[in-house]
Ligand binder design. Sequence first.
Ligand SMILES: [Zn+2]
Length: 410
Amino acid sequence: MTTPELPPLEAPPEPKERVAHPIRSLRELIDYVAGKSLPPLPPDDGRITEPTPFPFLAIVGQTEMKLALLLGLINPNVGGILLIGPRGTAKTTAVRSLLNLLPQVERSTCFYGCLPEDIELGGIDAVCPDCAKKYGEGIPLTAPDPVRLVELPLNARLEDVVGGIDEHAAAHHRMRIRRGILAQADRNILYIDEINLLSDEIIDSILDAAAQGSYTVRRGPLAATYRSRFVLIGSMNPEEGRLRPQILDRFGLRVIVRGLEDASQRLEAYRRVNAYLANPRQMIAQFAAEMEAAAAEIKMARERVKSVRLPDEVAHPAIQLVQKMGVDSLRAEITWFEAARAYAAADNRDEVTLADLKAVAPMALRLRRSSYMTEYFKGQQGEEHEMQTLLEKFGKKKRPTKTSKKTRRK
Ligand SMILES: [Zn+2]
């Protein structure tokens, strides 16, 4: 990790283009904060305050994990992030600390989740009467709202995840479907810790909903369809059980999170955690300026990423590399390209370069090769060959002498 030579924060502000921070891009900001050392903090005065997460940028090291999470915020098309590593490597801390960096999205203000695009697609009857009236009067159906972090509890039942009969309403002789966690996660982040311990039934329903962007629940005579466009973040400790390959394939970015190896980094991590435990507000204040700058950068990068181009001469060698690696899943290059676009946007550019692809390649491409599939295709080749040989003879006139001789010998 490099620490760019930048004026320290205490220096008098220089004239700069960007108001928030003298740093040029989100990339520089991450590197800069990683190298910042914390002054000793006075102990807290003991007042109870709102629980506030550890500042994301104050996490020591773990550059790849931080980068992957930020790329997911900038471009949801990276298709989810999987953090793989032992306990105590700040995986959950990192995900929860995204809270203060989350951008805003346009969200429906209606109970039924009506959106203007429903009307564009399905006409005025596609929304509820209230929203149809509003639309007619030119009143917006959505309002800006911060992205939320929705955590899936490990003991969640399928009913909690997809939704089920509203028992409270049923007691009053009304039948209604209650929104599940997946519907609540729409346009938010869904975090699943220990994803490898979830039941197949639940994980399949989550992955299907994430892939389709919507899902339908049927309970007796009732049915309801919900939107479910979310960024999925999963974490797992491989010591506690493996993840099925087809589930692994559905995650865009994959980060192997290891413990800090550098002794001075470990000491700095210890100091920061201690400072946070002793006086969370003071500790958070130490990083407030950078966190604010990062939030502003993410907001801008989210806009910019829409216009970041991927030139053919950059895409072609990348596809060749994926093929050379023997990766079959198309998701490899989709994720790789989308992550590189987010990376370029975070660096304030609108064209992907080979260097951008290189920077994000490991997290997009690792754990994509399947030894099972390689063996399977090898076995399949034998069968394929045999079938082709048989088909060449198929339908041709039999030469009776040879066949009859063979049969007679038996
Ligand atoms: Zn409505």
